[in-house]
Design a protein around this ligand. Structure first.
Ligand SMILES: CC(C)(COP(=O)(O)OP(=O)(O)OC[C@H]1O[C@@H](n2cnc3c(N)ncnc32)[C@H](O)[C@@H]1OP(=O)(O)O)[C@@H](O)C(=O)NCCC(=O)NCCS
Length: 171
């Protein structure tokens, strides 16, 4: 390690592949999680997504993280009571002190094995140190063309996201 390298400095750590921090989380949809239509309540699904994504961000950063923004959350199909929500979170791109995580949610009927894609989300987390200050995020080690494309798309979204944050902060 170079003498000037510090804990929390990206120079101090090797790049990490997205495959090392993928998180898969299962939630059985109980009546207490549902709305009047017998489908998973959107707020419950959002909570599961936030936690699944946060675990991936923590794994990649090897530090505490906070949710900085959720800039896309699409419910394509309902998740009915009795189904199992299967969430998968992975790092799309890393920036300086933040990283974008993509989460895909399927509904699985565990008795038949049938699965249906229900929800997609994009979240940005900021890595923080013990004093709650932003800290450097390890770079992403790209392992495939698909990951390269995902990273490029995330970098384009980053500019729009930060511009949108600045507009909202001025209100
Ligand atoms: C997120 C937070 C730490 C940013 O702190 P800050 O003092 O504004 O720090 P900075 O402006 O230097 O931003 C730090 C990093 O966060 C990113 N960031 C800050 N706000 C962001 C937003 N709204 N969307 C996306 N990224 C954001 C910045 O781009 C920067 O990352 P980069 O270096 O990779 O570009 C701070 O706003 C905060 O604590 N927010 C509350 C978080 C929270 O309570 N979440 C819910 C519970 S976990």
């Amino acid at each position: 390690m170079a003498p000037e390298a510090r804990i929390g400095d990206a120079r101090a750590v090797d790049p990490k592949p997205a495959s090392a921090s993928v998180t898969i989380k299962h939630e059985l949809v109980l009546p207490s999680d549902t709305n009047a239509l017998g489908s998973a309540f959107g707020g419950s699904v959002m909570g599961w997504i936030d936690i699944c994504a946060a675990i991936t961000a923590q794994r990649h950063c090897a530090s505490q993280v906070v949710t900085a923004s959720i800039d896309a959350l699409h419910f394509h199909a309902p998740i009915k009571v009795g189904m199992t929500a299967v969430l998968e979170a992975r790092v799309n791109a890393t920036f300086n002190h933040s990283l974008e995580i993509g989460v895909e949610v399927d509904a699985e009927n565990c008795t038949t094995g049938e699965r249906r894609h229900c929800c997609s989300a994009l979240l940005t987390f900021t890595a923080i140190d013990e004093s709650f200050r932003p800290r450097r995020v390890p770079p992403l080690l790209i392992e495939s063309d698909e990951e390269r494309a995902r990273q490029a798309e995330a970098q384009e979204r980053r500019a729009q996201r930060l511009a949108s944050r600045d507009r909202l902060e001025r209100k």
